[in-house]
Design a protein around this ligand. Structure first.
Ligand code: NAP
Length: 438
């Protein structure tokens, strides 16, 4: 029986998950591949550190050359994270003619040109399933099952920390800071949660999704990214009363030859499938021109789910190696000569419906003055909601307006004008509404 030798970088959360799966499910893997997959070598920053798994039989060191210069290593797995050392590892591996599997969304999003460019140049398979939505095989769906589809829209809940926080705020009416502290205690949020709660992690995953969906390499910095820390229990409660749930969505679409790629808190209809995704779970909702709507759901992080995606990629590439195929599917779905540079739509150029919450003094004519400003900027109101009246004339009240489809630059211009008016008692809140194709 043939053996596929793996050289793996990183023995952290995901690395140890991979060790476990290869060990525990080795027989199943052998029966499905007709070959043994052996983790022959691992390179990690601190080779002597105690691990949660046994490393018996694996040669562990801190020297990358032990893997990269070894002709017996068939596949290199990168589970280091970050964009510096990981980039060197991945590029060197491909230069040495070795297929790579990586879970590194930051690298794939921020260094797309270097990494995908090298995979195209060397005609090598690149396994990246674990980089988006952990254990959910969503990239394989996009590349294979949906290969014939024009992708009309992608809407993903792809950060478990944010979904956990928003779900708890929704079910318990709790404040963002309190739920974040609880999530940190339970290990669902990092000690420094910035990367997750400000949306950067979701933006990395969105970059990979849109690049695969549209055969492009959008500059990561062009993706609009807004986190969830300004969402209040009040907004969640008002949204609920108007038939919506607030989710952090990663949204991708192709509009008139430009890519919309944006991450922000979003009002989603309460009866939509994405609104039923609670806690740390992830889901990606993709609509194609023939298949119509699809949704994939599951765990977006953790040693076992992410490790499962990594091992799935290892097996996929092993099958190619065993059948003598050098290349794989094109790394970004399309042939090299069909890759295209697509501009990203700046956020002020998008059209959307909006939830606008104003804090105003309860005076006669306030509503008329606000709607006049909005009307002058081409924005029409779909519905209005005033949750409470003031006990005292000097107490501010909340007014919520839901707009029809409007250009964001017009909405922002209106808010700037309204903010200066004498009856306004606080900063307005703006949350986009996504009308998802059912
Ligand atoms: N954790 C998840 O649930 C999850 C989900 C999806 C994707 N990912 C991605 O998977 C990757 C790994 O994440 P993780 O959570 O496993 O990270 P982690 O627990 O921090 O592990 C990182 C590992 O890399 C090693 N390392 C650091 N610098 C290195 C270097 N220069 N050369 C070789 N090894 C080095 C560390 O070594 P020592 O242990 O020896 O110090 C550690 O074992 C990241 O790209 C992450 O974004 C993670």
């Amino acid at each position: 029986m043939r053996t596929i030798n793996i050289g793996m970088f990183g023995l952290g959360v995901v690395g140890c998950g991979v060790v476990n799966i290869l060990r525990n499910n080795g027989d199943l893997i052998r029966s499905r591949l007709g070959a043994d997959v052996v983790l022959a070598k691992a390179v990690t920053a601190h080779p002597r550190k105690a691990r949660s798994v046994s490393l018996d039989g694996i040669a562990v060191s801190d020297n990358p050359d032990t893997i990269l210069d070894d002709p017996r290593i068939d596949i290199v797995v990168e589970l280091v994270g970050g964009t510096k050392a990981a980039k060197d590892i991945v590029l060197r591996a491909m230069d040495a003619g070795k297929p790579v599997v990586t879970a590194n969304k930051a690298l794939l999003a921020e260094e797309a040109r270097a990494v995908f460019g090298k995979a195209y140049e060397k005609n090598l398979p690149l396994g990246l399933e674990a980089s988006v939505a952990g254990g959910i095989p969503i990239l394989r769906s996009l590349k294979e099952g949906l290969a014939s589809e024009h992708i009309l829209e992608i809407s993903g809940i792809v950060n478990g920390t944010c979904n956990y926080i928003l779900s708890k705020m929704t079910s318990e009416g709790a404040a963002f800071d309190d739920v974040l502290a609880e999530a940190q205690r339970l290990g669902y949020a990092e000690t420094d949660p910035t990367f997750d709660v400000q949306g950067f992690d979701s933006a990395h995953k969105l970059a990979i999704l849109v690049n695969l969906a549209y055969g492009t390499m959008v500059p990561y910095k062009d993706i609009y990214c807004e986190g969830i820390s300004h969402i209040t229990p009040m907004d969640i409660a008002y949204a609920d009363q108007m038939g919506y749930v607030i989710k952090l969505l990663a949204i991708g679409k192709l509009v008139d030859g430009r890519v919309e790629a944006r991450v922000h808190p979003t009002l989603v209809a309460a009866d939509h499938l994405l609104s039923q995704v609670h806690g740390v779970f992830n889901a990606v909702y993709i609509t194609g021109d023939n298949v119509d709507a699809t949704m994939s759901y599951g765990r977006g992080a953790g040693a076992a789910p992410t490790g499962s995606a990594v091992v799935g990629d290892i097996m996929d590439i092993s099958r190619r190696l065993l059948s003598g195929q050098k290349g794989g599917l094109p790394p970004l779905s399309v042939m090299a000569d069909r890759l295209r540079d697509l501009p990203v739509v700046p956020i002020h150029d998008i059209d959307s419906e909006y939830y606008l919450r104003f804090q105003v003094l309860d005076r006669v004519g306030v509503l008329a003055r606000m709607t006049t400003v909005l009307g002058n900027n081409n924005i029409s109101i779909q519905s209005m909601f005033q949750p409470s009246t003031a006990d005292h004339p000097s107490d501010p009240v909340q007014v919520v307006l839901i707009t029809h489809n409007a250009r964001e630059r017009n909405v922002l211009k209106s808010l700037e004008e309204i903010k200066t008016m004498d009856f306004v008692a606080g900063s307005p809140q703006l949350i986009r509404i996504e009308k998802l194709i059912d």
